[in-house]
Write a protein that binds this ligand. Structure first.
Ligand SMILES: *[C@@H]1O[C@H](CO)[C@@H](O)[C@H](O)[C@H]1NC(C)=O
Length: 298
């Protein structure tokens, strides 16, 4: 009888210790020299970048396939409070994205909103409540992932993306709580607090993705899938103000063996050696946007 009881208790202990939510996605991000991608269709630069990336997998025995191809163009707007940046200071990012060109139809509405919360402590980040009754499984829904920047800076990101109708205007804090009722309640910001576009920017993004992979060994389909984002200040601009390449590795049950962990790390270190591509003074996307208009936050 005692044995049975012990078995039940240790089973309960095991189940209770499983982290929730699981970390199913890790994204490794590199800021590139945006001037390398000047021109209306920087196909040559994009192809050369992909060749250079694959070249860092080869010595590690990693096989690669596919291409980096432009699959989306969209406009991106970040919102915050002018002169104070309340959202940013509390660890939030709120943005809308509207697709203007796509090689495939993703959702009924071409527009989405995302509320993201980031914290260096995994459990702090995973404890935020970004639930939205408007989430319908299209776009990303709820997502919890680790973001890694050189050399190995970690932040844990929780986010929820939902479809947004074209007519929904973003004017005040109430427009956030209308979509994500619980996320920012604790901060007590009046619902009438005005929101404006961060630095007045309407960003035009060209996204290169395709079905590319660099295969990492291990269980759970560990493939590094690459995305290149080029950001412009207008749809007619041919000179991006930001270029970022990232790869995502997903694992459906968060099992990271020795070999896949080591090879992911060696590949990441290798990519950081692409010195003719990498911005020698990198800044995060968020910092670039928030400082684009000087004094936006103060
Ligand atoms: C998360 O961190 C923020 C700021 O560092 C803090 O104010 C908040 O109380 C933390 N939340 C939890 C659940 O630990």
């Amino acid at each position: 009888m005692y044995k049975g009881l012990i078995a039940v208790l240790s089973f309960a202990a095991l189940t209770a210790s499983a982290p929730s939510p699981l970390l199913l996605s890790r994204e490794f991000k590199l800021t590139l020299q945006e001037s390398l991608f000047t021109g209306a269709t920087p196909t040559t630069a994009v192809n050369n970048l992909w060749t250079a990336i694959k070249g860092k997998g080869t010595p590690l025995g990693l096989t690669s396939s596919g291409t980096l191809t432009k699959d989306l163009e969209r406009t991106i707007k970040f919102y915050d409070t002018a002169g104070s940046c309340l959202l940013k200071k509390a660890g939030f990012q709120f943005r809308t994205r509207a697709i203007t060109y796509s090689t495939s139809t993703i959702c009924t509405s071409q527009r989405e909103s995302t509320l993201k919360y980031r914290h260096p402590d995994r459990y702090n980040s995973s404890n935020i409540d970004l639930t939205s009754s408007k989430a319908d499984g299209c776009y990303d829904g709820e997502k919890f992932q680790q973001d890694i920047t050189p050399p190995y800076t970690n932040v844990f990101s929780s986010s929820t993306s939902i479809q947004l109708s074209d007519s929904k205007n973003i004017n005040t804090v109430a427009d956030i709580t209308d979509i994500y009722p619980d996320a920012i309640l604790a901060y007590g910001w009046p619902s009438t607090t005005p929101l404006v576009q961060v630095s007045g920017l309407t960003i035009h993004e060209k996204r290169y993705k395709g079905s590319n992979t660099v295969g990492l060994p291990g269980s759970g389909d560990k493939q590094a899938k690459f995305t290149l984002s080029l950001w412009y200040t207008s749809s007619s601009s041919t000179t991006p103000f930001l270029a970022e390449v990232s790869f995502v590795v997903e694992d459906s049950d968060e099992t990271w063996g020795k070999t896949s962990t080591r090879l992911t790390d060696e590949f990441w270190v290798g990519l950081q050696g692409l010195s003719s591509w990498i911005d020698p003074n990198p800044d995060t996307k968020s910092n670039i946007i928030y400082t684009y208009q000087s004094g936006f936050c103060t």
